[in-house]
Ligand binder design. Structure first.
Ligand SMILES: [Zn+2]
Length: 386
């Protein structure tokens, strides 16, 4: 080790698997060189000791972010729009994310794909894109405009297959796409996630056998669990190879339902489904021309339909501990290691291990507030980024 190394020392280091006491995370440029007992650090290395009680953990990865910093991705599918959204979420521990476009026109989708492509490899916070829709069930639209919900064309498929926008997640209703569509996209590396769907259990299982691996905001906007038609929720929960997103804000889903899901075999991921007010100044915004107000943690249209959330990732982790009663280590895994594995980037993100990118958060374990954020070894909060 030499002058290019720097080390963060904390009372607790959660590396993604286990908690190590009195450990140091050694960074070499943008990567993690190793995690070792603080007592074994060579004298030559530059070190920073975090306050007593601090936890260091892998940076948070949010696979569903509609907006932040007063920007809605659908309204600003541009490089600047994405940068504003990522900066707004960073202070809450989000070190990488997928800007998420909800159902819109093909032109808007193309603009979003191009803007994300332009940032891949340039802004480490941007891993790729999540297209939520438009191949959804018109019977489970949530706030998606029925005007845009439709079935895919062969042109759409070519656009998705050719796009170079990093990791791609596509939320769709399996019953609304032709046979083979899911398999072709999944084979090309697109992560297919069921959402806004009336799929039956059988339809969900068939989609999984074609390559569907995700479930978008499990429980919300999908066929509910029922005695003789278990639907996609049962298909997800019983599968050890499935991943499900959960919005843990105490508003979208009753905590008892989420605790039930956590007793199953599938991997849980916390997502924010965040809207412009996160990290922004205004508590309201416009979606498809209609006003959405965010009050008391609930973002809703005037008719009461939920429109995303005002949750941030630190808040989501905190709610996992306080509302769901899970240990902090598990909550941190739901926010880092699990989304990394769902996205197929678990070999270099979501853990504090040699060779992984140095995406790290410093947390107060009592308040679960984030007060330090490193992305690719870069100390972001020290630079007072907007
Ligand atoms: Zn949704």
């Amino acid at each position: 080790m030499n002058g290019t190394h720097q080390a963060l020392i904390a009372d607790f280091v959660f590396d993604g698997k286990s908690v190590r006491r009195g450990a140091a995370v050694v960074m070499e440029g943008p990567r993690i060189a190793g995690v070792l007992p603080a007592s074994e650090l060579p004298n030559s290395i530059s070190t920073r000791r975090l306050p007593d009680g601090t936890w260091l953990a892998p940076g948070f990865i949010d696979v569903q972010v509609n907006g932040g910093g007063d920007v809605l991705f659908n309204d600003e599918p541009t490089v600047d729009g994405i940068r504003t959204i990522a900066a707004a979420h960073r202070r809450f521990g989000t070190t990488s994310l997928l800007p998420t476009l909800i159902s819109d026109t093909p032109e808007k989708t193309n603009a979003a794909l191009s803007a994300v492509s332009a940032l891949i490899g340039k802004d480490p916070s941007i891993l790729g894109i999540h297209l939520e829709g438009p191949y959804l069930s018109p019977e489970k639209p949530g706030v998606h405009s029925l005007q845009y919900i439709r079935e895919p064309t062969s042109d759409d498929e070519q656009v998705l297959l050719r796009a170079t926008s990093g990791v791609k997640v596509l939320t769709l209703a399996p019953e609304r796409v032709p046979k083979g569509f899911i398999g072709r996209l999944a084979n090309a590396g697109v992560r297919i996630s069921l959402g806004h769907s009336l799929a039956t259990y059988g339809e969900a299982k068939a989609a999984m056998s074609e390559g569907l691996t995700g479930f978008t905001h499990l429980f919300n906007a999908m066929r509910p669990l029922a005695s003789r038609e278990p639907g996609p929720i049962a298909a997800a929960i019983e599968s050890p190879t499935a991943w499900f997103g959960m919005i843990v804000d105490g508003v979208h889903v009753d905590p008892a339902m989420l605790r039930l899901a956590l007793r199953g075999e599938a991997g849980a991921m916390v997502v924010t489904d965040a809207m412009p007010p996160v990290g922004g100044k205004s508590a309201s915004f416009r979606l498809y021309g209609q006003e959405i107000k965010c009050e008391g943690g609930r973002c809703a249209r005037s008719d009461g339909a939920l429109a995303g959330s005002s949750l941030d990732m630190a808040g989501a982790v905190r709610n996992c501990v306080r509302l769901l009663g899970v240990p902090l280590e598990s909550a941190l895994r739901f926010a880092s290691e699990h989304p990394a594995r769902f996205l197929g980037v678990g070999h270099w993100l979501g853990r504090l291990a040699p060779g992984c990118r140095a995406d790290i958060v410093a947390i107060d374990p009592e308040t679960i507030e984030v007060f330090g954020v490193w992305i690719a070894g870069h100390d972001h909060l020290a630079e007072n980024e907007p």
